[in-house]
Design a binder for this molecule. Structure first.
Ligand code: NAG
Length: 310
């Protein structure tokens, strides 16, 4: 049964519940989010500066990594930074348009991240399977075109969902049980018959994620079969080494996405879902620079050179 609260004023603004509904946990969660935000922003800024400043890292792989850092910094800023500021100011209302814009930018950046990781997978494929032609194939123009395409396609792909969601006029409540305007939480507030809306979100979401998923993991079939053909074990290790950071990040990201969006309905508990999405919005962007700097000799060496100089 749907209670129809055809209340037009409720469409003007939303109230964002925040990460924790428990008053006793407000300060600890604020500090946790602040910590995650600082770590994420600092880590990604470090990667970005290292890649820009250190000419040893001027290769396609690290350019893509730096671009990924920009995406990560933007997506945590649009969600966590706003949540932190709202908490400090004590104002948790958000205008309808701002909410839609936040949702659009966040969804677009997430899509963009999947696409950049897909391009990085192609880059690794060329590097391992076709090393002699690597610099010819991944020349600067190609790389730049690929990166621009990721931004454009990412933001176009998520447009339908946002347009459909923003076209609804009736909401059961204007309290969003989340720490930002998350599409799934907003969808729960819409009153009336939402079967087609859910179907379109589902189809769109699955399509947006499946294509990059297949195109990210398919190159690894070829990469691994090429690596297995290498005779010397040091050569094999070296080839695998160049892909391992990327593979780790990709597996982590898709695992969190599956847990967040493809769980059966009965398993969705909103509070644990918020923790999941805290991990999803911040976990991967936070771990990304760590994985690359801990596992990657080039990044570690560049970091050491920088630290020595200062
Ligand atoms: C993003 O990628 C492009 C193409 O590889 C590169 O030219 C550009 O420098 C990268 N951006 C950053 C900030 O590294």
């Amino acid at each position: 049964m749907y209670v129809n609260l055809e209340n037009q004023t409720s469409k003007d603004y939303f109230i964002i519940m925040g990460i924790s509904n428990d008053p006793n946990l407000q300060i600890p969660t604020f500090l946790l989010v602040l910590f995650i935000y600082i770590l994420t922003f600092g880590g990604n800024l470090t990667i970005l500066l290292l890649v820009c400043l250190d000419h040893h890292l001027h290769t396609p792989m690290y350019f893509f990594l730096a671009n990924l850092s920009i995406v990560d910094m933007s997506s945590t800023s649009i969600t966590l930074h706003r949540a932190l500021v709202d908490f400090i100011i004590g104002d948790n209302t958000i205008h309808f348009l701002a909410c839609m814009l936040q949702m659009y930018i966040f969804a677009g950046l997430t899509c963009n991240e999947l696409l950049i990781l897909m391009v990085m997978s192609y880059d690794r494929h060329v590097a391992v399977c076709n090393p002699l032609r690597y610099h010819a194939v991944m020349n600067h123009r190609v790389c730049l075109t690929l990166v621009i395409m990721c931004w454009v396609v990412g933001f176009i792909q998520v447009l339908p969902i946002v347009v459909v969601l923003s076209s609804f006029t009736c909401y059961r409540s204007n309290v969003v049980n989340h720490f930002f305007c998350d599409p799934l939480s907003l969808k729960k507030l819409i009153c009336g018959y939402t079967y087609y809306l859910e179907l379109s979100i589902y189809i769109n979401g699955v399509f947006d994620a499946t294509c990059p998923f297949l195109l990210t993991f398919l190159p690894y079939v070829f990469i691994i079969s090429t690596i297995l053909k290498i005779r010397s074990s040091t050569g094999r290790r070296k080839a695998f080494y160049t892909c391992s950071s990327h593979l780790t990040v990709v597996i982590l990201l898709y695992t969190t996405l599956v847990f967040q969006y493809l769980r059966p309905h009965s398993m969705i508990n909103l509070d644990s879902n918020k923790l999941f999405s805290l991990f999803n919005t911040a976990g991967v962007p936070m771990l990304n620079p760590l994985i690359y700097s801990l596992k990657n000799k080039d990044v570690k060496a560049a970091l050491r050179r920088r630290l020595k100089r200062t």
